[in-house]
Design a protein around this ligand. Structure first.
Ligand code: ADP
Length: 241
């Protein structure tokens, strides 16, 4: 499978002198198309910094970031902006849906912002909602949806169009465990379409929905599971819970 996103020796330092903070230290990480990787670690270990750098929202102090095989450093500012608009989807803890738009309008919005006509954008939006089993919510407004439903719509919005990489920062943080599981399951479904996903979570049980878990501490990758964990491994053997 092709590598969708790669960090090579990525470091990020904030501040200078005595106030210097090493948010990331020489992080190497790659995520293949179709793979869902969970990132875990204590607060302040660099998880959000890793996501913002992988998503080209921030630059590393040193090291290299490749998305779809292309180094972000070799791109112009316009090319990076286009990549953020077309190839990368972001999911945040607080959903960020626009209250005045229906679910399908929210999902179609990134396409419209990218110049796709409203009708075509809506059709693609509906198709994604259908694929993810969310068609029933298409015409509802965010305040008519539960928190879990809103987050699932936000995931649909993050993968609409030709997205190769989805980055989710604590997308289950505001949800109960049932809704949290539904969100992880949906991220997994999204990845099965060939999208690469990176999801930050504090919850080991939810992280087990990922193919791999990367553990951060003090800005370093300190461990990672070498093979798929899979929720099935938790479900098949009741005693392992
Ligand atoms: P996590 O997401 O694991 O909680 P972060 O990536 O948010 O960790 O932060 C890693 C470290 O970098 C922390 O010590 C944090 O205080 C620091 N940090 C993050 N962003 C900034 C910033 N914009 N300016 C200064 N320090 C920052």
């Amino acid at each position: 499978m092709t590598v969708a996103m790669e960090l090579r020796g990525v470091s990020r330092v904030y501040g200078s002198g005595a106030g210097e903070v090493h948010a990331l230290r020489h992080v190497d990480m790659s995520v293949r198309a179709g793979e869902l990787v969970a990132v875990m670690g204590p607060s302040g270990s660099g998880k959000s910094t890793l996501l913002t750098i992988a998503g080209s929202l921030e630059e590393p102090s040193s090291g290299e970031v490749l998305v779809g095989g292309s180094s972000l450093r070799s791109m112009s500012a316009n090319e990076r902006a286009r990549l953020r608009r077309r190839a990368i989807g972001y999911v945040f803890q607080d959903f960020n849906l626009l209250a005045g738009l229906t679910a399908v309008e929210n999902v179609a919005l990134p396409l419209e912002l990218d110049g796709v006509g409203p009708k075509a954008a809506r059709e693609v939006g509906l198709a994604v909602l259908e694929e993810l089993g969310l068609a029933g919510q298409a015409r509802r407004y965010p305040d008519e949806l539960s928190g879990g439903e809103r987050q699932r719509i936000a995931i649909a919005r993050a993968i609409v169009g030709d997205r190769r990489l989805v980055l989710a920062d604590e997308p289950t943080g505001a949800l109960d465990s049932v809704n949290g599981e539904a969100v992880m399951r949906l991220l997994r479904t999204a990845c099965k379409r060939g999208v690469a996903g990176v999801v930050v979570t504090h919850d080991a049980q939810l992280a087990s929905w990922a193919d791999r878990i990367v553990f951060l501490r003090d800005g370093r990758v300190v461990d990672q599971t070498s093979q798929p964990v899979g929720p099935e491994s938790l479900l098949t053997d009741g005693t392992s819970r």
